[in-house]
Write a protein that binds this ligand. Structure first.
Ligand code: PBG
Length: 324
């Protein structure tokens, strides 16, 4: 039996009906807002390719965190722009490092926010790679200890969740072990499990000043052509002790989000990355797209694909629209 008995349009007649039968209810409770911390006081510098997103000193970060909290966004993820970079990213593990200081400042302000930190070396190394260099290559095993110490220093400063984004093999296990050893067994790990070598990170590298000075990241980040490999990466990270997994970027990888959601019973996140944000902002500035409509559609698609956690630069705007 089909038409005229069945008429799908019956349930689309007005907003009350559409709301009643809506399958995906976009919610602020799943948003995480990314922020870039730099040294100094009262520094707030807009990233040119990411309108509305700033490099900020810790005091300014705290101010914006108050706003984030008031909008009902549950958490932030912090990236650091250190004073000094070196070959091994030494400043990334310092107790007075930029991120560590910012975490302490947020904690001191007693905000009801989850503080997540990105654990990686690329923002802290002078060569811009996510690991240390040995014989001209990004060395896997030699990087693990630095990542583990970085995660511990974030936990010590007061982070709730650490999120390794480096894509070294074995880093989740190394971080879990180090956290437990230092009695941070309650600090959870959100692993950037399937992180692709993507052109969509371009604006982030301006924001985080982390462009590789030679070569690229294809030797450690995933090939965009691979889907089954993502499942393998997720499986390994879970075996090593990841509590939650993330797929990144989001939009060109909605199929990966769906497959991971279907295969694994753990919280799944997706990172709506800088290039995805920049494309929307640029088109909106030209008057070519309606920002509220397309951002809502994009964020809904990511949650519909199966990500309950969405890291997005649109978080504040979307939270405002959802409140209204
Ligand atoms: C660090 C890191 C990157 C992003 C998050 N963590 C950049 C990269 O791998 O080059 C990208 C985030 C974004 O584009 O918004 N490794």
């Amino acid at each position: 039996m089909s038409f005229p008995t069945h008429r799908p349009r019956r349930l689309r007649r007005n907003e009350a009906l559409r709301g009643l039968v809506r399958e995906t209810r976009l919610t602020t409770a799943g948003f995480i807002y990314p922020m870039f911390v730099c040294p100094g006081q009262k520094v707030k510098k807009e990233v040119s390719s990411m309108p509305g997103i700033f490099q900020q000193s810790a005091d300014q970060i705290v101010d914006e965190c108050r706003e984030v909290e008031s909008l009902g966004i549950p958490g932030v993820i912090l990236f650091g722009l250190p004073e000094k970079k070196d070959a091994r990213g030494a400043s990334s593990t310092a107790s007075d490092g930029v991120v560590q200081r910012a975490i302490e400042a947020i904690r001191k302000a007693k905000l009801n926010l989850l503080v997540i930190t990105d654990v990686c070396l690329c923002e802290y190394t002078d060569h811009g790679h996510c690991g240390v260099i040995e014989d001209g290559e990004v060395a896997n095993d030699a990087t693990l200890d630095i990542l583990a110490r970085q995660a511990v220093s974030h936990a010590r400063a007061g982070a709730d969740i650490v999120a390794p984004s480096d894509m070294m093999d074995g880093r989740v296990g190394a971080i879990r072990e180090a956290l437990d050893e230092h009695k941070f067994e309650n600090i959870s790990i959100l692993a950037y499990a399937a992180k692709y070598s993507s052109g969509f990170y371009g604006p982030f590298r301006e924001a985080a000043e982390s462009t590789p000075q030679f070569g690229d990241r294809r030797g450690y980040q995933m090939d965009p052509a691979n889907a089954r490999e993502a499942l393998r990466e997720v499986e390994l990270d879970l075996e090593e002790g990841a509590d939650m997994v993330m797929i990144k970027p989001a939009l060109a990888y909605l199929d990966i989000i769906r497959r991971v959601r279907d295969e694994f019973d753990v919280p799944v996140g997706a990172y709506n990355v800088s290039g995805e944000y920049a494309m929307v902002k640029a088109a909106v500035q030209k008057g070519w797209l309606d920002e509220k409509r397309v951002v809502t559609e994009i964020l809904t698609s990511i949650q519909r694909a199966g990500a309950e956690i969405v890291l997005t630069y649109h978080a504040k705007d979307a939270a405002r629209w959802l409140k209204a």
